[in-house]
Design a protein around this ligand. Structure first.
Ligand code: CAA
Length: 288
């Protein structure tokens, strides 16, 4: 496999997890944030996860030390110059990604691969922001990244087979299971998951059942680890709303349209776990 050194753009919820699993698998990994504060916060969440793992007996101190030795943080894009793979996990903003992809294209060596963790933007469009569209690929991880086994590997019309093969080999090396798919908005998981989450909100909005009954119905009736309203809080109502807008725009199907309640909750700042309140109150443990 050609991938030896890995860069990650963004040390938020997803970027920190991606950097963590890459470093844990022995890849020298450098993660870039826009500010020292944001970087410190992201690195702090990795350390917190490792401490939790040690406390649970799931991670040894030696493994945690090795991981942290493989991981470095920076606020300078140029520190990613010698990476063989850069995974972009920045905010879902096309303008920002356009700028980043252009800068990465100029910075990285010709053979380097640029991957994006976007959950809803078109990989094909992101690739047009570079002069190496054949070396751009989607690498969509799931939250929480260290615990969720899946990566969707998204190939565009332009991505070459060697890039797809290297991406698959890297995902396997970091202990993930890859699902390969084409570049269609939402890929496989969100194509199925987002309408389900939106429908759960519609059921709640229409008063068919209470929050807890809806969540228990899917947990106890279908064996899902989280109910759909809890999961929407977990993913973020703002993120869910944003993805639904992009999917609706792409497919023009009502099942992707955001229920009015979701829009109102997002407008009101009830973004779920990240804001402390959504369908649940996250200031209590467990959320109530
Ligand atoms: N270090 C190491 N291991 C840890 C750990 C840590 N800090 N914390 C937990 N673990 C391990 C636990 O020991 C446990 O391992 P075993 O199964 O071997 O016992 C496992 O991880 C599960 O941990 P918990 O028992 O603490 O937690 P849980 O059973 O409640 O599961 C969960 C938590 C994995 C998040 C589960 O609730 C789940 O799968 N939820 C669904 C999440 C989901 O659907 N995510 C996708 C969202 S969509 C998305 O991300 C994409 C998008 O574009 C929107």
């Amino acid at each position: 496999m050609a991938i030896q050194k890995v860069g990650v753009i963004g040390c938020g919820l997803m970027g920190s997890g991606i950097a963590q699993v890459s470093a844990a698998a022995g890849f020298p990994t450098v993660v870039r944030e826009v500010s020292a504060n944001a970087l410190e916060k992201g690195m702090g969440s990795i350390k917190k996860f490792l401490d939790g793992g040690i406390a649970k007996g799931k991670v040894t101190q030696a493994d945690a030390d090795k991981l942290l030795a493989n991981l470095s943080g920076t606020v300078e894009l140029k520190d990613l110059a010698d990476c063989d793979l850069v995974v972009e996990a920045a905010t879902e903003n096309l303008g920002l990604k356009k700028e980043l992809f252009g800068a990465l294209d100029s910075l990285l060596k010709p053979g380097a691969i640029i991957g994006s963790n976007t959950s809803s933007l078109s990989i094909t469009e992101l690739a047009t922001f570079t002069k190496r569209p054949e070396r751009v690929i989607g690498l969509h991880f799931f939250n929480p990244v260290p615990l969720m086994k899946l990566v969707e590997i998204v190939k565009t019309i332009r991505t070459t087979p060697d890039v797809v093969a290297d991406a698959n080999a890297w995902c396997m090396a970091i202990g993930k299971t890859a699902v390969n798919c084409g570049d269609s908005t939402g890929f496989v998981v969100n194509r199925l998951l987002v309408p389900y989450m939106l429908d759960a909100i519609r059921v709640f909005e229409q008063g068919l059942a209470s929050r807890d009954d809806i969540d228990n119905a899917m947990k106890l009736g279908c064996g899902y680890p989280m109910g759909p309203l809890f999961l929407t809080d977990y993913v973020g109502l703002d993120t869910t709303y944003y993805i639904s807008e992009i999917m609706f725009d792409e497919f023009k199907e009502p099942r992707f349209s955001a229920p009015p309640l979701l829009k109102r909750m997002v407008l009101a700042g009830l973004h779920g776990r990240k804001s402390g309140r959504g369908f649940y109150d996250w200031s209590t443990n467990p959320p109530s």
